[in-house]
Design a protein around this ligand. Structure first.
Ligand code: LRH
Ligand code: MN
Length: 438
């Protein structure tokens, strides 16, 4: 039970909710426990493991996202970083799986980081990687990023972008963050627009300056993306370029895998295995997609892929343990919520990522290795499917309840009336979008 100094949702309401669910949960838990025991698996070990899982919430996901076509503001939208933290506190209080928030600057800029840190402490929240933003021009900005930022032809634009990233590191340090995520939309829309090698050389020069400003215990995460906003050539388009850049920069530079940043049908779990093998897997932006960078709820379209990613992470963690090397990639959600309540989507997405983590721990790795070594292809494939087909919902719910969360976070959230009270307390600013994505 992790106590939260200033819980946002009335803890009595959560206790009543859990009391109503207790009998069903206990029955489901015992049934699953019995089935797993017949497999030689101790359900208590898995529930304890589930309780150790944590995925960071993107501050920019707390508000309604948008597309190039429109943004349909939701009720009670957070209007500033403090209200985003309040929403993130609700997500963690009910799921007990999201104890950190990933901020985005300048969307979350504050002149009082100490006050923000104090508020976060009260909510039991910390700060994961901070994100810079050189893919939008800010009011009164001297040099436009229209033709790129860290790789721009303009030295002034590059220097401005480098300084912004250094400012993000300094603000992140005041909040207790330990990493900077750098995603740039830099690229070209037409063949010939940029010298493809020149763009990457300028990007690396800029990143060396940012790397040089990193505190000793910080990492910089390079986030690749195949396309958008550039539609012909993106400077950091794929894991290979990201890996080469991170290797070029040094040990504190790692690669971040956003699941939505690949061509359809890309084998993302293999990219994860490769980056882990070469010690360059820094972290994730979990989401799901059917076509492009759709930023849909994690596990909502292709939950088997999410499981396969965690299967590779479990393999890498096992190897790291036996090799006594540390393996601790940063887990973060990065989603955009256009038609659901962002809090509900972020809660259910955190649970879906936690589910994949627990299912991957259910894989009988010794049996799998034996089937692989004997080329018993079908049994090898079935060993993964057996874990994936196991409904671990009761384990996830029991882990939540034991940690002080809600057996059913969305049901508890809805019965709390939080969104209605937020709508009263946060009259929408006419026309102004406050949540950042657009
Ligand atoms: C780019 C991206 C990046 C963020 C942005 C909000 O598509 O995934 O991680 O900076 O979304
Ligand atoms: Mn991302």
């Amino acid at each position: 039970m992790t106590d939260i100094k200033n819980p946002v949702i009335d803890t009595n309401l959560v206790a009543e909710h859990n009391a109503q669910q207790q009998a069903d949960l206990q029955a489901d838990y015992e049934a699953l426990g019995g089935m797993l025991a017949r497999r030689g698996v101790d359900i208590e070990k898995l529930t304890a493991l589930a309780g150790t899982f944590a995925v960071a919430v993107p501050s920019w996901g707390a508000g309604t996202g948008g597309t190039r076509f429109a943004r349909f503001a939701g009720r009670g939208e957070p209007r500033n970083v403090f209200e985003k933290m309040e929403d993130c506190a609700v997500i963690n209080q009910l799921t007990r799986a999201t104890p950190a928030v990933s901020l985005h600057f300048p969307w979350d800029r504050t002149d009082d980081p100490a006050a923000l840190k104090e508020i976060a402490d009260g909510y039991g929240l910390g700060f994961d990687a901070v994100n810079s933003n050189t893919f939008q021009d800010q009011q009164g900005q001297d040099h436009t990023y229209k033709y790129g930022s860290l790789s721009a032809q303009s030295g002034a634009a590059r220097a401005q972008a480098v300084q912004h990233n250094i400012d993000c590191i300094e603000l992140g340090q005041k909040l207790g963050s330990k990493a900077l995520t750098v995603w740039v939309g830099d690229g070209a829309n037409f063949p010939g627009q940029n010298n493809l090698r020149g763009s990457l050389e300028r990007y690396l020069d800029s990143m060396r300056d940012i790397y040089g400003a990193l505190p000793a215990d910080w990492n910089v995460f390079i986030e690749h993306k195949l396309f958008e906003p550039a539609f012909y050539a993106t400077v950091i388009a794929d894991w290979g370029t990201s890996f080469a850049a991170a290797t070029e920069l040094g040990p504190k530079a790692k690669c971040l895998v956003d699941l939505g940043h690949h061509a359809p049908n890309t084998n993302i779990e293999m990219i994860v295995a490769r980056l882990a093998q070469f010690g360059k897997l820094g972290g994730f932006h979990f989401n799901d997609s059917k076509y492009g960078d759709d930023d849909l709820d994690s596990g909502s379209i292709n939950p088997f892929q999410l499981f396969l990613v965690f299967n590779e992470l479990a393999d890498a963690a096992e190897r790291a343990k036996s090799g006594a090397t540390d393996f601790n990639p940063a887990y973060m959600l990065d989603q955009s919520h256009n038609v659901t309540d962002p809090i509900e989507s972020l809660m259910s997405s955190a649970v879906e990522v936690q589910r994949a983590f627990v299912q991957a721990a259910l894989v009988d790795r010794n049996a799998l290795r034996a089937f692989q070594e004997s080329n018993d292809v079908l049994n090898a494939a079935q060993t993964l499917k057996k874990a994936y087909r196991t409904d671990v919902s009761a384990i996830l719910a029991m882990a939540r309840v034991r940690a002080g969360g809600a057996a059913d976070p969305v049901a508890a959230y809805r019965s709390s009336g939080y969104r209605d009270s937020a709508a009263e307390r946060r009259p929408a600013k006419a026309g102004a979008s406050s949540s950042g994505i657009v």
